[in-house]
Write a protein that binds this ligand. Structure first.
Ligand code: NAD
Ligand code: USQ
Length: 409
């Protein structure tokens, strides 16, 4: 397949680009590099030093002989996005390229606006570019399990059969997202579903759970191939944070009662799920949804798993319950289906002590780079952000508009 990976400088995009290239596909890796700027604004930084994209693809070629083409692209530009799709006419576009932090989106009005404009406009531009230059291309879009929220009934994969006043239909599963970021993914899903119906595009929405882990066999091949590892309050996902906290003897920061339950998966399964979705495209006009996670845990259960893994080495870990900065339910029913990727052949890496040990080992290697002040949450869902977070610039990035309109000024 000829595949464009959008968001290829990110935690998941880079390992996916490597995995697909290793499997023999032709890969174009594109990114605006904006995440590196968001880090500067938040006073955050990947714990693992990450090479620049040119360096990364050169190292990959040197080690494997395989070429990944690097393109700097901001999806906010419709002309640039259209040009990229027209140049490569891909079989598959994997779209990771969004602002993906729920806390970031809750800092302030400008941060919420920036998140939704970046994500919704970027995806819209991509949809228009696909219609114009590659209408048969399969869009594999990263969505999130958080689109569903935590309803008191089982969560289906995208759609639910409903009987109402004696009539039946298969309708999109109700969405109850928990942040302006998660809302942006719901808006994307609706736009993508509409363009499949209206224009005959084909798309897979991968409603992914929370990812953990420090890398894949390909990123582990060389220090310049490593992917980013976030442990801070804005970008760090919960299990990676707990591993980092335990490595430096900090108490594990469970928010509230800790009964918040989510779907989780290993980063090695992320890259495999994307590959499986790409290899098995939907029909033209079809919009399908896969729930992409392998196991579900509550936040407290995860903290206990890290504590147990440490105690197996005779090490003590403390768990602390902080006032919950978010407004999600702390005790609730949660049962989400995740069958479709298993049906396509996914063999999950379930969470085990050796993975926790491996991640903690990596953190220990870089522990002088840890800033412990980034463990406490700085963003409250009710009151916004505080501390060392710079304001989101308003109006600095141009929202993409059609060239004809742009010419008229
Ligand atoms: P990340 O922040 O590490 O990477 C995202 C990349 O997208 C960054 O390199 C950024 O520069 C790029 N990007 C953002 N806006 C762009 C734009 N307008 N044009 C071009 N590039 C742009 O995030 P990640 O953890 O790798 O997540 C990737 C995707 O997976 C996101 O869409 C996220 O919502 C989704 N996801 C992530 C997780 C997780 O646990 N990390 C879980 C579920 C879903
Ligand atoms: N949490 C804690 N302590 C912490 C950090 C988080 O208790 O130190 C709790 C949060 O309150 C939340 C849960 O852990 O209930 C998950 O939080 P998270 O920060 O790991 O994940 P989340 O904000 O949901 O976002 C991450 C990714 C996002 C992706 C989402 C998948 O950043 O891009 O969409 O996971 S999902 O959660 O399924 O929506």
């Amino acid at each position: 397949m000829r595949v464009i990976v959008l968001g290829a400088d990110g935690y998941l995009g880079w390992p996916t680009a490597l995995h697909l290239s290793a499997k023999g596909h032709d890969v174009v890796a594109a990114d605006s590099l904006i995440r590196r700027r968001w880090d500067l604004r938040c006073g955050t930084e990947s714990l693992v030093p990450i090479a620049g994209m040119k360096r990364r693809v050169a190292r990959w070629k040197e080690l494997t002989g395989k070429q990944i083409i690097w393109e700097r692209l901001d999806l906010m530009s419709l002309p640039d996005t259209t040009a990229l799709i027209a140049q490569y006419t891909p079989d598959v576009v994997v779209h990771f390229a969004e602002q993906r932090s729920a806390p970031y989106s809750m800092i302030s009005g400008p941060h919420a606006v920036e998140t939704q404009v970046n994500n919704v406009v970027g995806t819209l531009n991509l949809l228009f570019a696909l219609r114009e230059s590659a209408p048969n291309c399969h869009l594999v879009k990263l969505g999130t399990m958080g689109e569903y929220g935590t309803p008191n009934i089982d969560i289906e994969e995208g759609f639910i059969e409903i009987e109402h006043n004696g009539r039946k239909d298969r309708l999109p599963y109700p969405k109850q997202p928990g942040s302006f970021y998660h809302l942006s993914k719901v808006h994307d899903s609706h736009n993508i579903m509409f363009t499949c119906r209206a224009w005959g595009l084909r798309a897979t929405d991968l409603n992914q759970g929370v990812v953990y882990g420090s890398g894949t066999p390909e990123t582990d091949m060389h220090s310049e191939l490593r992917t980013r590892f976030d442990y801070d309050d804005i970008w760090g996902t919960v299990l990676n944070r707990f591993c980092a906290q335990s490595a430096v003897g900090h108490a594990l920061t469970v928010y509230g009662k800790g009964g918040q339950t989510r779907g989780f998966l290993d980063i090695r399964d992320t890259v495999r799920c994307v590959e499986l979705a790409a290899l098995n495209p939907p029909d033209s006009g079809e919009f399908r949804v896969f729930n992409q996670f392998t196991e579900q845990y509550s936040v407290s259960q995860l903290a206990e798993r890290v504590k147990a893994a440490r105690s197996a080495h005779g090490l003590e870990t403390t768990i602390t319950h902080l006032p919950n900065p978010r407004t999600d339910m702390e005790a609730h029913y949660y049962k989400a289906k995740h069958q479709r990727l298993l049906d396509l052949g996914l063999v999950p890496h379930n969470l085990d002590d050796s993975l926790i040990d491996h991640v903690i080992g990596l953190v220990e290697h870089y522990k002088r780079r840890i800033k412990p002040e980034l463990f406490a949450p700085r963003v409250d869902w009710r009151f916004g952000g505080r501390g060392k977070i710079k304001a989101a610039p308003t109006g600095r990035r141009r929202v993409a508009i059609a060239p004809s309109v742009a010419r008229r000024g």
